[in-house]
Design a protein around this ligand. Structure first.
Ligand SMILES: Cc1ncc(COP(=O)(O)O)c(C=O)c1O
Length: 415
């Protein structure tokens, strides 16, 4: 087999042939930097900026009446943004709501879905999930008088990078009440086979909740078809909603009569919310899991940024993301995994098993190499103990930036 073409000319040719290349100019890029951290905080698009400025203008000119007047009354904002989001997630519009944060949404949904009864008392999760998810699960178990040491079962990883779906299914027992997993693992970038897991969980009467923070906006989902019971995800990574922008939650239609226990007045039926009745009358949709007044400024950016994603098309975004990350892995394999540099790619190679970022393990000292990359204008991120994550964004990253990143990595890791 011919060795891969690692030339700069090839990177430039790939960019020239790229159908999504026009989207780069829609973003505020950081001058002098190559941004490889869209999986942590996506960059600001001109559309998101304009939508935020528009909301500020509404506030300036309408004051409190902005809740009910104008083009997009704030009172219905969470539903409107939720419906835009739903179309990217393979969900019906009323199954998704824009609300709170990921951790709060996990608490809100697990408090409804985790109802230990008889022998079914355990929550099955994984040892590689983002810590906040596990903290929330532990708290929910304690609220029910359960002992997380006994009732939180963590699927072990065979290699500290990935999970084996068959092992997860083997651990689904008659004692399992709830399965909670990430769609894409935050460190290695492994994409789980959600359809397979959802089918196995349903066969065994186990509720299945999913954290899609690392997949929303970078690959297509089919939440309704998969039959996932509920899901949560943040909006500041691939959705480019901005730092701390509110999150999303999804609840499958078959559970819209389930009781929200962390309830609040924005989950009340919209028709009667302002009657200020002391009895909570929940909405007939996933909107019933909203708790508080939506953060209107934070949600404004999403009106713009979700529009950009819809315009590019989630299928094309996935294609480009796979092409960029595939190219990155190809260059690293060709130039940096040998004994001179010693890098290891911790992300699965198969397209159907990886999300939008690549985890590169640097046994000689990932923290120092990450710092040196930042000094040279590359922005990746470090996850202890030895991982540097690289995310060439499918909307504003380029093949040439990937090529440049590898050249600098080559200089920094020469043994
Ligand atoms: C998988 C996952 N869950 C949850 C969070 C944090 O969510 P929040 O701060 O909105 O509670 C993150 C943050 O990066 C994450 O990657």
């Amino acid at each position: 087999m011919a060795p891969p073409d690692t030339s700069e000319a090839r990177a430039l040719a790939l960019d020239a042939a790229d159908p999504l290349r026009g989207f780069r100019s829609r973003f505020h890029l950081l001058p002098g930097s190559i941004y490889m951290d869209g999986n942590s905080l996506g960059l600001l698009s001109r559309e998101a900026e304009a939508a935020l400025l528009k909301t500020l203008d509404e506030w300036r000119t309408c004051g409190v009446s902005g809740w009910f007047t104008g083009e997009s009354p704030w009172f219905h904002r969470a539903e409107r943004v939720g419906a835009l989001m739903a179309s990217l997630m393979g969900a019906e519009p009323e199954a998704v709501i824009h609300s709170a944060t990921v951790t709060v949404n996990i608490h809100a949904l697990v408090s409804s879905f985790y109802q230990p009864a008889g022998a079914r008392v355990k929550i099955l999760a994984d040892s590689l999930n983002f810590p906040t998810d596990l903290y929330a699960l532990q708290g929910q178990l304690k609220l029910r008088g359960r002992d997380p040491g006994r009732d939180l079962v963590l699927v072990p990883s065979p290699d500290d990078r990935t999970l084996d779906e068959r092992t997860i299914v083997d651990l689904m027992t008659e004692e399992t009440a709830l399965l909670f997993l990430p769609s894409v693992l935050y460190r290695s970038g492994q994409l789980l086979d959600v359809a397979y897991l959802a089918a196995a969980a349903r066969e065994r009467d186990i509720f299945f909740g999913l954290d899609c923070s690392h997949s929303a906006g970078v690959l297509p989902h089919r939440l309704d078809d998969w039959g996932v019971d509920f899901a949560v995800w943040c909006s500041y990574k691939y959705l480019n909603g901005g730092p701390g922008a509110s999150a999303f939650l999804y609840v499958n239609r078959r559970h819209w009569d389930r009781e929200p226990l962390l309830c609040g007045w924005f989950g009340n039926d919209k028709e009667t919310q302002f009657e200020m009745d002391l009895e909570f009358r929940p909405q007939a949709t996933a909107g019933r899991w909203q708790i508080s007044s939506p953060g209107i400024l934070g949600s404004s950016t999403l009106l713009g940024s979700l529009g950009v994603i819809a315009e590019a098309g989630i299928e094309r975004i996935r294609e480009r993301s796979l092409a960029l990350t595939g190219y990155l892995m190809e260059l690293i394999d060709a130039e940096l995994t040998g004994p001179d540099h010693g890098l290891v790619i911790g992300t699965p190679r198969e397209a159907e098993r990886r999300g939008g970022h690549v985890a590169v393990e640097v046994p000689s000292g990932a923290a120092q190499v990450c710092e040196a990359l930042i000094e040279r204008g590359i922005v990746p991120d470090f996850r202890p103990p030895d991982v540097i994550r690289f995310c060439p964004s499918p909307l504003y990253g380029t093949f040439h930036e990937v090529w440049r990143t590898v050249q600098i990595l080559k200089e920094l890791t020469r043994g």
